[in-house]
Design a protein around this ligand. Structure first.
Ligand code: UDP
Length: 328
């Protein structure tokens, strides 16, 4: 089956591409390399350097490739940035998704997998958070993903495009070949590992007065390879289903301080901390109830512990201290 992957040179997209190729799929990556890395491209995937905003190039490319499935990773993804630049997110994320969905329909694709987010659930009534939880986007970023879920709903109703919305909790970890390399880096685990590498003096803990056991925020960290396998399973399930909504996490929450503690054990470094104020837009606790995807698709995370996730990240970051620029 031919799969067209937007953002296939990015952190999660590149891991999904490797996973799909290993499973025998034919993959084309479409990526502007605005955030993605040429080094992360799979040698076995076709690659077109292009922006989703370039409708003509996008649609011509999609028509030529005639994909059966689409995976949509390319997006602005930072909650904090989205609060500062709401219309970048509400505008570009949404318009780029419209361009891709139109391209999917025009080129005859039947299945679409969206990278959605836990940021849809800012006021959960139940924790862990299941896919039926009331949707209250926590930021313009979350709202943009909700818009796209709704676009897909209407693409399904009016044009028969089948879709799965996968709401990731905290994507983390690395594979042997592929890692997390953002500029600027804002995510907790790579920042902690920069301290262990001697590139940063300390890690700032954003808030120690939350209503959690140790006062720091609790998150559900899920390995990127586990996210990739969920994409494949959802794509396969769309052979018979019209619309799927799944929340993806390990089902275990770890506080910022617990993640730092795990990194101390894995790296052997003392990792000094500094207490800092709360970061705008951060809810206290986000833990996924992934029982629906486990039950319906037989998905089972292969990295259920925070140690195993941090270990995989440490293996990559210690080999690539400057990210992909390290060149190995
Ligand atoms: N965090 C922190 N210090 C940092 C970066 C992140 O305390 O330097 C916290 C952040 O407030 C959140 C958790 O770590 O509670 C995970 O943040 P990250 O940015 O990795 O992912 P997000 O939850 O925003 O998707």
């Amino acid at each position: 089956m031919r799969i067209f992957v937007s953002g296939g040179a990015g952190y999660i997209g590149s891991v999904a591409v490797d996973h799909m190729i290993a499973a025998g799929y034919e993959v084309m990556v479409y990526d502007s390399l605005y955030m993605g890395h040429r080094e992360a491209l799979s040698a076995q995937a076709e690659f077109v350097e292009g922006d989703l905003a370039d409708r003509r190039l996008l649609h011509d490319t999609m028509r030529g490739f005639a994909p059966e499935g689409i995976m949509h990773f390319a997006s602005h993804t930072l909650v904090g940035e989205s609060v500062e630049k709401p219309f970048l997110y509400l505008g570009e994320n949404t318009q780029n998704a419209i361009n891709l969905i139109e391209g999917a329909i025009e080129s005859g694709a039947k299945r679409f997998i969206l990278s959605s987010t836990a940021n849809l659930f800012d006021e959960p009534e139940r924790i862990p958070i299941g896919p039926e939880e009331r949707i209250v986007p926590g930021s313009p970023y979350g709202e943009s993903k909700y818009f796209i879920e709704r676009l897909l709903h209407w693409a399904n109703v009016t044009k028969g495009l089948r879709f799965a919305a996968l709401r990731y909790f905290n994507a983390a970890g690395c594979t042997e070949r592929l890692g997390e390399d953002h500029t600027p880096e804002t995510h907790l685990i790579p920042l902690i590992l920069q301290v262990a590498l001697g590139q940063r003096e300390e890690i700032r803990v954003f808030g120690n007065d939350y209503d959690t056991p140790d006062g720091s925020c609790v998150r559900d960290y899920v390995h990127v390879e586990d996210l990739a396998s969920a994409h494949r399973l959802a794509l396969e399930k769309l052979e018979t289903e019209e619309r799927l909504f799944y929340n993806l996490g390990n089902g275990n929450g770890f506080s910022v301080l617990e993640v730092i503690e795990a990194a101390r054990r894995v790296t052997g470094h003392s990792i000094p901390t500094a207490m800092a104020g709360r970061r705008a837009g951060d809810p206290a606790v986000l833990i996924a109830d992934s029982s629906k995807i486990k039950r319906e698709l037989g998905w089972e995370p292969r990295y259920p512990t925070i140690e195993s996730i941090v270990e995989s990240a440490w293996a990559w970051h210690s080999k690539h201290p400057d990210g992909y620029a390290s060149g190995c």
